[in-house]
Design a protein around this ligand. Structure first.
Ligand code: ZN
Length: 129
């Protein structure tokens, strides 16, 4: 991921901040500047709920280098209680125990360590609820 992109996404990644279109009330995560549904450009900031359920998932066996220690792990689409969907890594559960529809909760966790500088990235992961 590009460093600029990481910076831009930090508020959302850290606070689960979404944008709700003031016109049609649709919620976007990450927030957008223009609503693709109604063309509205005014958004209200909204914090996403952390409870949801697993819609679909895949098990990642060959992970990017920074996640290699964690493989195999589940990567899933979680639908939160307000219907917003996001793609997150699923931890604290064996990949074979994953199933669609299972309740999950988002938790703030360490995502990965970056190189020798010891920079640590934090973000949200899903755990069984
Ligand atoms: Zn809209």
């Amino acid at each position: 991921m590009q460093p600029q992109r990481v910076w831009r996404e930090i508020p959302q990644r850290y606070r689960l901040e979404a944008g709700q279109c003031r016109k049609c009330k649709k919620i976007f995560f990450p927030p957008r500047l223009k609503c693709p549904d109604c063309g509205g450009e005014a958004f209200a900031k909204l914090r996403l709920p952390t409870d949801g359920k697993l819609l679909t998932y895949t098990v990642v066996h060959t992970a990017p280098e920074r996640f290699a220690k964690l493989a195999p792990y589940g990567l899933g689409i979680v639908e939160l209680s307000n219907k917003v969907r996001l793609t997150v890594q699923i931890v604290d559960v064996e990949p074979e125990e994953l199933k669609s529809g299972m309740p999950l909760r988002l938790e703030f966790r360490k995502i990965h360590d970056v190189g020798h500088a010891g920079v640590i990235c934090y973000g949200y992961k899903a755990v069984p609820a």
